[in-house]
Design a protein around this ligand. Sequence first.
Ligand SMILES: [Zn+2]
Ligand SMILES: [Zn+2]
Length: 173
Amino acid sequence: MLSLNLHKIKTPHERFEQTYAPEQLGVSEGLTVAAPAALAFDIFKDNDQFRVVGDVKTTLELSCSRCLEPFELPIDQHFDLRYQPHARNSGEGEREIEEDDLTTAFYENDEIDLGQLMREQFYLALPMKPLCRDDCKGLCAVCGTNLNRGACLCSTRWEDPRFAALKSWKRKS
Ligand SMILES: [Zn+2]
Ligand SMILES: [Zn+2]
């Protein structure tokens, strides 16, 4: 676990900068980190509450949603998070945490889990529909040729209308 020991934060404002190798990040399924991750933030201390404002930069490897080829996506994700001790949340039933407040996080044992922080930012940076390039031509619905690499013969052939309907149905699904 990549943790930040909060006992080391002694002044109201400190700067933190660290670069991590992809294998240190403990990334879970569906996400490949293809370059070292540079984490840099300012941390502001207010008694037992901490505000963490900064950026994480790296390169993710994704699969194109059209042609299915892997491609690299550089990301530079900005975050502004408030950390409070975990006990406060579970101990006071009266206190309401607004569910849509995504910027409030909790820490335990006087440590902030920086691995978790970075993984969450990577997921937030993921595009809904990853594309290797904006004009990716995708795969031929008939023969599966990657049309970015070259044309296949399917499109030059006479197209049976029933087949065209099937193709557009396939494309939608
Ligand atoms: Zn593509
Ligand atoms: Zn084809």
